[in-house]
Design a protein around this ligand. Structure first.
Ligand code: HEM
Length: 167
């Protein structure tokens, strides 16, 4: 429990530091406001008393949602490419043609890398990094075309598994 508390304290002070940097205007470009800046503006303009915990919860969501999912996707994409060396070669050629040998790929290059994008999409289809989505429930009774003959009742629990829909 002590370790858990200490981990949360560290995260809390890291998030506070990010918020303070924004409030001081450090590293913030007016023309290119980021998601934290927008959340801070909403919080400061809200009718309710300012509560930084709401902003920290958003940051926590982004960190938790964005780390393991991205890491798992990269591992699967690289695994798929290792299993298909001729595809790996084509991706490498595309990247060298667009980016060259002296710098890393950045966000602006992505629209010019359609083959890389196709490889990523195909890997998501074959090796879904999140095989089971968060539990959901239906809001009303309905008959479904997707699963003929299956009637969903109101408040039916649903577990969606993208992997099952692979063609
Ligand atoms: C390739 C990488 C990623 C994959 C495969 C992925 C996958 C997913 C999936 C399948 C969901 C829906 C989960 C559900 O509704 O049950 C989801 C939601 C979410 N993801 Fe990602 N994600 C990725 C990257 C990221 C990144 C980089 C961020 C943040 C910087 C992020 C933040 C979130 C958040 C906040 C939600 C919840 C959205 C909501 O329900 O309002 N994800 N992600």
């Amino acid at each position: 429990m002590k370790r858990l508390d200490s981990a949360f304290e560290k995260l809390d002070s890291f998030y506070q530091e990010l918020i303070d940097e924004h409030l001081r205007g450090e590293g913030v470009d007016d023309d290119d406001e980021d998601i934290l800046g927008m959340q801070i503006t909403l919080e400061l303009n809200s009718d309710k008393p300012t509560n930084w915990d709401r902003v920290k919860a958003l940051l926590m969501n982004l960190f938790l949602g964005g780390t393991d999912s991205t890491a798992a996707s990269i591992v699967w994409i690289m695994t798929a490419l290792m299993k298909a060396p001729h595809i790996m070669k084509k991706v490498q050629t595309e990247i060298r043609n667009v980016v060259g040998n002296n710098r890393k790929v950045d966000e602006d290059d992505l629209p010019k890398l359609p083959y890389l994008k196709a490889v990523m999409n195909e890997t998501f289809r074959f090796y879904t990094p999140l095989p089971m989505l968060a539990p959901r429930e239906t809001t009303k009774k309905f008959d479904t075309d997707v699963l003929p003959g299956l009637i969903m009742h109101k408040k039916n629990p649903l577990l969606l598994m993208p992997k099952l829909y692979r063609s």
